[in-house]
Design a protein. Structure first.
Length: 197
Protein backbone atom coordinates (compact mmCIF):
# COMPACT_ATOMS: atom_id res chain seq x y z
CA UNK A 1 0.00 0.00 0.00
CA UNK A 2 1.35 3.42 -1.01
CA UNK A 3 0.14 5.00 2.24
CA UNK A 4 2.21 2.52 4.29
CA UNK A 5 5.26 3.06 2.06
CA UNK A 6 4.93 6.84 2.47
CA UNK A 7 4.48 6.51 6.23
CA UNK A 8 7.54 4.28 6.52
CA UNK A 9 9.57 6.70 4.39
CA UNK A 10 8.52 9.62 6.56
CA UNK A 11 9.53 7.75 9.71
CA UNK A 12 12.91 6.79 8.19
CA UNK A 13 13.52 10.46 7.42
CA UNK A 14 12.51 11.57 10.93
CA UNK A 15 14.73 8.95 12.52
CA UNK A 16 17.64 10.07 10.29
CA UNK A 17 17.17 13.63 11.60
CA UNK A 18 18.25 12.51 15.07
CA UNK A 19 21.81 12.60 13.70
CA UNK A 20 21.53 16.41 13.49
CA UNK A 21 21.84 16.47 17.29
CA UNK A 22 25.36 15.04 16.96
CA UNK A 23 26.69 17.60 14.46
CA UNK A 24 28.82 20.00 16.48
CA UNK A 25 29.17 23.59 15.32
CA UNK A 26 32.20 25.81 15.94
CA UNK A 27 30.04 28.30 17.87
CA UNK A 28 29.92 27.86 21.62
CA UNK A 29 26.77 28.27 23.67
CA UNK A 30 26.23 31.70 25.18
CA UNK A 31 27.46 30.41 28.54
CA UNK A 32 30.60 29.11 26.80
CA UNK A 33 30.29 25.64 28.35
CA UNK A 34 30.26 23.63 25.11
CA UNK A 35 29.75 23.80 21.37
CA UNK A 36 26.24 24.15 20.02
CA UNK A 37 24.85 21.35 17.86
CA UNK A 38 22.93 21.77 14.60
CA UNK A 39 19.56 20.76 16.05
CA UNK A 40 19.83 23.38 18.80
CA UNK A 41 20.94 25.97 16.26
CA UNK A 42 17.99 25.27 13.94
CA UNK A 43 15.47 25.43 16.80
CA UNK A 44 16.94 28.70 18.05
CA UNK A 45 16.73 30.23 14.56
CA UNK A 46 13.09 29.17 14.18
CA UNK A 47 12.33 30.89 17.48
CA UNK A 48 14.19 34.01 16.34
CA UNK A 49 12.05 34.10 13.19
CA UNK A 50 8.87 33.75 15.25
CA UNK A 51 9.86 36.67 17.48
CA UNK A 52 11.72 38.98 15.07
CA UNK A 53 9.82 38.56 11.77
CA UNK A 54 8.44 42.13 11.84
CA UNK A 55 12.00 43.41 11.42
CA UNK A 56 12.31 41.88 7.94
CA UNK A 57 12.90 44.46 5.20
CA UNK A 58 9.85 43.10 3.38
CA UNK A 59 6.65 41.35 4.36
CA UNK A 60 7.43 37.64 4.47
CA UNK A 61 5.71 34.28 4.70
CA UNK A 62 6.72 33.45 8.29
CA UNK A 63 5.86 29.76 8.03
CA UNK A 64 8.10 29.45 4.96
CA UNK A 65 10.98 31.14 6.82
CA UNK A 66 10.55 28.80 9.79
CA UNK A 67 10.54 25.77 7.48
CA UNK A 68 13.73 27.01 5.79
CA UNK A 69 15.44 27.46 9.14
CA UNK A 70 14.40 24.02 10.37
CA UNK A 71 15.75 22.28 7.26
CA UNK A 72 18.70 24.46 6.19
CA UNK A 73 21.36 22.49 8.10
CA UNK A 74 19.92 18.97 7.70
CA UNK A 75 22.48 18.45 4.91
CA UNK A 76 25.23 18.68 7.52
CA UNK A 77 24.32 15.15 8.65
CA UNK A 78 26.40 14.02 5.65
CA UNK A 79 28.36 17.13 4.66
CA UNK A 80 29.41 18.23 8.16
CA UNK A 81 29.43 21.80 9.44
CA UNK A 82 31.59 24.14 7.38
CA UNK A 83 32.96 26.88 9.62
CA UNK A 84 31.77 30.30 8.45
CA UNK A 85 35.35 31.59 8.17
CA UNK A 86 36.85 28.47 6.54
CA UNK A 87 37.64 29.75 3.05
CA UNK A 88 38.95 26.41 1.78
CA UNK A 89 35.93 24.52 3.13
CA UNK A 90 33.58 26.75 1.14
CA UNK A 91 35.11 25.76 -2.23
CA UNK A 92 33.17 22.48 -2.46
CA UNK A 93 30.52 23.19 0.18
CA UNK A 94 27.59 23.42 -2.25
CA UNK A 95 28.51 20.16 -4.03
CA UNK A 96 28.88 18.27 -0.74
CA UNK A 97 25.64 19.67 0.60
CA UNK A 98 23.69 19.02 -2.62
CA UNK A 99 24.73 15.34 -2.51
CA UNK A 100 23.60 15.23 1.11
CA UNK A 101 20.30 16.97 0.32
CA UNK A 102 19.60 14.50 -2.49
CA UNK A 103 20.20 11.51 -0.22
CA UNK A 104 18.50 12.74 2.94
CA UNK A 105 15.44 14.43 1.42
CA UNK A 106 15.28 11.44 -0.95
CA UNK A 107 14.29 9.29 2.04
CA UNK A 108 10.88 10.99 1.96
CA UNK A 109 7.98 10.27 -0.40
CA UNK A 110 8.84 11.92 -3.73
CA UNK A 111 6.55 14.97 -3.43
CA UNK A 112 7.68 15.81 0.12
CA UNK A 113 11.33 15.24 -0.72
CA UNK A 114 11.08 17.52 -3.76
CA UNK A 115 9.37 20.26 -1.72
CA UNK A 116 12.14 20.20 0.89
CA UNK A 117 15.04 20.09 -1.55
CA UNK A 118 13.46 23.00 -3.47
CA UNK A 119 13.11 24.95 -0.21
CA UNK A 120 16.72 24.13 0.74
CA UNK A 121 17.92 25.35 -2.68
CA UNK A 122 15.88 28.55 -2.31
CA UNK A 123 17.55 29.19 1.05
CA UNK A 124 20.99 28.44 -0.40
CA UNK A 125 20.50 30.85 -3.33
CA UNK A 126 19.57 33.69 -0.93
CA UNK A 127 17.38 35.38 -3.55
CA UNK A 128 13.80 35.34 -2.21
CA UNK A 129 12.72 37.72 0.55
CA UNK A 130 12.16 34.72 2.86
CA UNK A 131 15.62 33.33 2.15
CA UNK A 132 17.25 36.71 2.72
CA UNK A 133 15.56 37.04 6.11
CA UNK A 134 16.38 33.45 7.08
CA UNK A 135 20.04 34.04 6.17
CA UNK A 136 20.02 37.24 8.25
CA UNK A 137 18.95 35.27 11.30
CA UNK A 138 21.43 32.47 10.57
CA UNK A 139 24.23 35.06 10.51
CA UNK A 140 23.04 37.04 13.53
CA UNK A 141 22.65 34.11 15.92
CA UNK A 142 26.36 33.09 16.11
CA UNK A 143 27.28 36.77 16.31
CA UNK A 144 25.11 37.08 19.44
CA UNK A 145 26.68 33.92 20.87
CA UNK A 146 30.21 35.18 20.23
CA UNK A 147 29.53 38.57 21.75
CA UNK A 148 27.87 37.14 24.88
CA UNK A 149 30.49 34.42 25.44
CA UNK A 150 33.29 37.00 25.14
CA UNK A 151 34.41 36.01 21.66
CA UNK A 152 35.43 32.42 22.45
CA UNK A 153 35.21 31.17 18.85
CA UNK A 154 36.63 34.37 17.34
CA UNK A 155 39.63 34.27 19.65
CA UNK A 156 40.26 30.55 19.17
CA UNK A 157 40.37 30.90 15.38
CA UNK A 158 42.00 34.35 15.17
CA UNK A 159 38.99 35.97 13.52
CA UNK A 160 39.30 39.75 13.05
CA UNK A 161 36.61 42.43 13.09
CA UNK A 162 37.15 42.97 9.35
CA UNK A 163 36.32 39.30 8.66
CA UNK A 164 33.26 39.46 10.91
CA UNK A 165 31.99 42.61 9.21
CA UNK A 166 32.58 41.20 5.71
CA UNK A 167 30.95 37.87 6.55
CA UNK A 168 27.87 39.45 8.13
CA UNK A 169 27.03 42.32 5.74
CA UNK A 170 24.43 40.03 4.17
CA UNK A 171 22.27 40.52 7.29
CA UNK A 172 21.23 43.90 5.83
CA UNK A 173 19.68 42.20 2.76
CA UNK A 174 17.07 40.59 5.00
CA UNK A 175 16.82 43.17 7.78
CA UNK A 176 18.37 46.61 8.10
CA UNK A 177 17.36 46.66 11.77
CA UNK A 178 19.17 43.41 12.54
CA UNK A 179 22.24 44.68 10.66
CA UNK A 180 22.28 47.83 12.82
CA UNK A 181 22.16 45.62 15.91
CA UNK A 182 24.92 43.35 14.53
CA UNK A 183 27.19 46.34 13.89
CA UNK A 184 26.61 47.58 17.44
CA UNK A 185 27.62 44.15 18.80
CA UNK A 186 30.73 44.07 16.61
CA UNK A 187 31.75 47.55 17.86
CA UNK A 188 31.17 46.53 21.48
CA UNK A 189 33.14 43.32 20.89
CA UNK A 190 36.10 45.37 19.67
CA UNK A 191 35.83 47.83 22.60
CA UNK A 192 35.60 45.00 25.15
CA UNK A 193 38.51 43.06 23.66
CA UNK A 194 36.52 40.08 22.37
CA UNK A 195 37.38 40.82 18.74
CA UNK A 196 40.65 42.14 17.35
CA UNK A 197 40.95 44.73 14.58
Amino acid sequence: MKEDLDFNSQLRFLIELDKLKTIERKTKLINGSRHENDAEHSWHLAMMALILYQHSNQEIDLFKVIKMLLIHDIVEIDAGDTFAYDTAGHHDKFERELRAATRIFGLLPEDQGKDLIDLWLEYDRKESKEAKFAVSLDSLQPLIHNYLNQGKTWKKHGITSEKVLDRNRKIAKGSERLWEYAQEMIEKSIEEGYLSK
